[in-house]
Ligand binder design. Structure first.
Ligand code: CO
Length: 216
């Protein structure tokens, strides 16, 4: 089908090209699935909450091959779940209590810029306040990280540990605890994405490791 091919519009304002791209996309979606937008208009019933990195290479719906309407998404630098971040907690609360989501996915990625920054000296910028949360993780797991000789492998391990810690933060958050006390089942999954091959890895073993390591 001709509409499968991206149309390259070199002589057009790039922002106008985006709007034109949107019109092509909407027409294609409707052609493949008549009534698609009408059904979305009625209500959103996503089954999954995705907490991921803001990195442009890790788009939530696309890498798990799901259309609009299936994933409720929160993204920030380095996929952090900070105990006092009302933005993330608001998404979590709305997702669980109002939308009735029962599966939360925390997805990190190898080569995360936030994690890389946490392994370097601070530049004393505003973003370093945010990165400090990852530095704290690096400090906590310092013996394990220092035992890894390769800087690249150390970086990858901190990316994994970061996801695992955020899984625990979601799991132990008052929002999730309250859902469980009310009899609900909430599952929190830790995944990591590799930009180099497009594949997700399940980090359940790392989450179990850090639970065993962390004091109660
Ligand atoms: Co990242």
């Amino acid at each position: 089908m001709a509409d499968e091919d991206p149309i390259i519009e070199t002589d057009r304002d790039p922002i106008e090209a985006l709007l034109a791209g949107n019109r092509r996309w909407a027409a294609r979606m409707e052609r493949r699935n008549p009534g698609f937008f009408e059904s979305l208009r009625a209500q959103q019933r996503p089954k999954y909450l995705w907490i991921g990195c803001a990195d442009s290479r890790v788009p939530a719906n696309e890498i798990i091959d799901l259309p609009p309407g299936e994933v409720f998404v929160h993204r920030n630098v380095a996929n952090l779940v900070v105990h006092s971040d009302i933005n993330c907690l608001g998404v979590l609360d709305f997702g669980l209590r109002v939308l009735g989501i029962r599966d939360v996915i925390v997805c990190g990625h190898y080569g995360c810029g936030g994690v890389t920054a946490a392994l370097r000296p601070s530049e004393n910028r505003i973003v370093d306040h945010w990165i400090r949360h990852i530095r704290d993780i690096a400090k906590f797991y310092r013996p394990e990280l220092e035992a890894i000789d390769s800087p690249d492998e150390r970086n990858r391990r901190l990316c994994e540990l970061n996801v695992a810690v955020q899984v625990v933060h979601v799991d132990e958050s008052p929002v999730v605890q309250a859902c469980r006390e009310a009899g609900g089942t909430v599952r929190v999954h830790g995944w990591i994405y590799d930009v180099a091959d497009g594949l997700l890895r399940d980090l359940t073993p790392t989450v179990s490791d850090i639970r065993a390591y962390e004091p109660a």
